[in-house]
Write a protein that binds this ligand. Structure first.
Ligand SMILES: *Cc1c(COP(=O)(O)O)cnc(C)c1O
Length: 387
């Protein structure tokens, strides 16, 4: 997949990535011969525990933090829930009078829904808007923080547009106001160097960075120490923050993926920028009237979210291109097609959002893939346009 002139061209790496072959190889023994429970006090258990701790160090190294600040979870959805609900509930239980939680309209659903859930427990949600490029205004953040705030949750890179927020600047403002700062790093980790200065909590997911699905982590700052109420009751693993037997194979795969990402990220980002810009140049040449979403903002290397010319519905174009695996700016919820709330927050109309395609290149994308995808998409979009 993603290779050669025939077959499927995968251009949806922001949705998920395949496991790197080295990741699969590293995981295999831990499914079979090395099956010990990492919490058991015997040889096989200790062997698994040592592998878990090596992987914890790899994930910590990728983020520039200490291994004991990493809590393994089932993914970024759980890490985001644990960070937001865990921090808010812990502080409220200690008698903290603050109730405000600030987030942004373009966050992942799991962040927005976690904050919504807290509203029903008496917390106050403030959801900041973004500008036409998808960026948060630091002044709007300052304004929201005038009311004493418990926690701010912001993503580093958006999963639909690749637009980056200025986390160091926003985190400094949040710190100045005494609130906890949580960052959803699911799209940035493993693709770009991250800075967790002034950040208290940060979520990552292995399957967005060529590791396995079903494993992620939450960075929980130790100095000063951030305390959380766990989401589930159980055996008290992960220092009481996340009960449940650790999935050794997935954690080993995550560690391998972190090492690989750290070793290759610079060259790979440059290669992806080249391919992504080439794809954009071909589409722009072939489809007058096409627009680039978030064009004025810094973006992730592989991300390209485009608005097709008048009359071209993205769903129709993708249906006419079965060999291109990409996403649209809409999601089918229950019976209807709803425009992407990320794009509408960037002031696109529902009609424009229905013309948006989310394309993303990754490690196995080649120049031949880009050329073939561009010609397939251009032909399909031209055929969809009314004359
Ligand atoms: C994928 C993603 C998530 C959810 O991660 P899972 O590990 O699939 O639960 C959260 N936030 C962002 C920005 C993502 O891209």
């Amino acid at each position: 997949m993603g290779k050669g002139a025939a077959g499927m061209i995968y251009l949806d790496y922001l949705s998920t990535t395949p496991c790197d072959p080295a990741v699969v190889k590293a995981m295999l023994p831990w499914f079979g011969e090395d099956f010990g429970n990492p919490h058991s006090p015997h040889g096989p258990g200790r062997k698994a525990a040592a592998a878990v701790e090596r992987a914890r160090e790899s994930v910590a190294r990728l983020l520039g933090v200490e291994a004991r600040e990493i809590v393994f979870t089932s993914g970024a959805t759980e890490a985001n829930n644990l960070a937001i609900k865990g921090a808010a509930r812990h502080l409220a239980r200690l008698g903290d009078p603050r109730r405000r939680i600030v987030t942004v309209a373009t966050e992942h659903k799991c962040v927005l829904e976690s904050v919504r859930d807290l509203e029903s427990e008496g917390f106050e949600a403030v959801v900041l808007g973004v500008d036409g490029e998808g960026r948060v205004d630091p002044e709007a953040m300052r304004e929201a923080l005038k009311v004493p705030t418990l926690l701010v949750s912001i993503m580093a890179a958006n999963n639909e547009t690749g637009v980056l927020q200025d986390i160091p600047q926003l985190a400094a403002i949040v710190k100045e106001h005494g609130a906890l700062m949580h960052v959803d790093l699911a799209q940035m980790a493993g693709k770009m160097p991250v800075s967790l200065r002034d950040v208290d909590l940060a979520s990552v997911s292995a399957h967005k960075m060529y590791g396995p699905k079903g494993i992620g982590a939450l960075y929980v700052r130790r100095k000063p120490r951030v305390r959380l109420e766990p989401l589930f009751s159980g055996g008290g693993q992960e220092r009481g923050l996340r009960s449940g037997t650790l999935p050794t194979p997935l954690i080993v795969g995550f560690g391998e993926a972190a090492d690989l990402a750290a070793a290759t990220m610079g060259d790979e980002a440059a290669r992806q920028v080249f391919l992504r810009d080439d794809l954009w140049a071909q589409l722009r040449e072939g489809l007058p009237g096409i627009a680039l979403n978030g064009s004025g903002a810094p973006r992730l290397a592989g991300a390209l979210n485009v608005c097709l010319p008048d009359g071209c519905r993205a769903l129709d174009v993708l249906e006419a291109c079965p060999d291109v695996a990409a996403s649209t700016g809409s999601a089918c919820t229950a019976a209807e097609i709803a425009p992407s709330y990320v794009l509408t927050a960037m002031r696109l109309s529902a009609e424009k959002a229905s013309r948006c395609l989310r394309l993303s290149v990754g490690r196995s994308t080649s120049k031949a893939d880009i050329d073939r995808a561009a010609s397939l998409l251009i032909a399909a979009a031209r055929a969809c346009q009314p004359n």
